[in-house]
Write a protein that binds this ligand. Sequence first.
Ligand SMILES: NC(=O)c1ccc[n+]([C@@H]2O[C@H](COP(=O)([O-])OP(=O)(O)OC[C@H]3O[C@@H](n4cnc5c(N)ncnc54)[C@H](OP(=O)(O)O)[C@@H]3O)[C@@H](O)[C@H]2O)c1
Length: 347
Amino acid sequence: MGSGRNVAVFGAYGHTGRFVVAELRERGYVPVLLGRDQDKLVALVEAHPGLEARQASVDDAASLDRALSGADAVINCAGPFATTGAPLIEAALRAGIPYVDVAAEIEANVDTFAHFAERARAAGTVVVPAMAFYGGLGDLLVTTAMGDWTAADEAHIAYGLSSWHPTAGTLAAGMVSGRRRGGRRVRFTGGRLEYHDDALPTLEWPFPAPLGPQSVIGEFTMADVVTVPSHLAVPEVRTYMTAKAAADLSAPDASAPAAVDERGRSAQTFVVDVLVRSGGTERRVAATGQDIYAISAPLAVEAVDRILTGRTRATGVVSAGAVFDAPDFLRALSSHLSVHVPVDARG
Ligand SMILES: NC(=O)c1ccc[n+]([C@@H]2O[C@H](COP(=O)([O-])OP(=O)(O)OC[C@H]3O[C@@H](n4cnc5c(N)ncnc54)[C@H](OP(=O)(O)O)[C@@H]3O)[C@@H](O)[C@H]2O)c1
């Protein structure tokens, strides 16, 4: 358990930040509540009496230094990460503490690897971008499916979401990424990111029962195209999204997630179905659960727990599959996630 260690959460009053704060408390950590809006911090403390809140802005490095003072690690839940990522990583490096974020922005994740890899490694610290549903979970599943392979021809990650009610943060992140791409699309092929204007293909993906085959949008490119190739030699990494969820996301009247249980989770369910292929051999693994925002909290908090207890395999800027024992990490989340290895893919 967290043994009372302090973990700072930037963007603590956001939708995902609240799940992270609750998860940290459940695991015996003491969240330090950070954000730019003093009124929202005060309201959050009312829900968590006794916790400390510290106002800080990414435009004010001294405020970030004060905010991280005494913290053992920081989880950044404030997106768009194109704005918040670099200032928070700089502050974490100055404080000498590990940094974990939930960024689903491909370009921001690329920037984190590009700009901070050497300094984080030299400092002997760990920076884990995209340690959430998109980016982190897919990478843990691909790494698990790969088993003893370190290279494969292709990795496919199919997202079977029952629906997608996006938060304001998700929509803002999508707009920022869209602007950075000049309205173009992105895919990972031939071992690199490729920007293009091709129409996205619609195809059928054979999700495992009980979901079964679903219409998906192909090349619906998510952060896994950064995390997976950061440590595995896979030249083709493709992600797919159920057509229904993709339509929800782009609907002009898209509504925010609504809580349906005592944990605050929405009714949204997900299957993440992973297929890796090398030569003529395929390996598969799938995970199912409820609410892509809620599941990001145990993913990020388990990452911090492993870092603070020395269960890591690398330093520097690292993805989940590179720095953690992926199958063991997924087993640790068994109260949140069901992981299935098809019978014909075992052994
Ligand atoms: N990889 C994944 O699977 C995954 C999962 C969950 C979330 N995310 C990402 O995490 C981010 C937050 O999502 P959410 O669902 O929590 O959205 P949200 O409820 O809208 O919260 C957004 C949070 O970011 C803060 N924020 C935005 N810009 C900021 C800035 N310049 N400086 C300081 N704080 C800033 C907001 O603070 P104010 O209220 O003060 O603006 C708020 O706390 C999004 O980018 C989303 O894409 C990714």
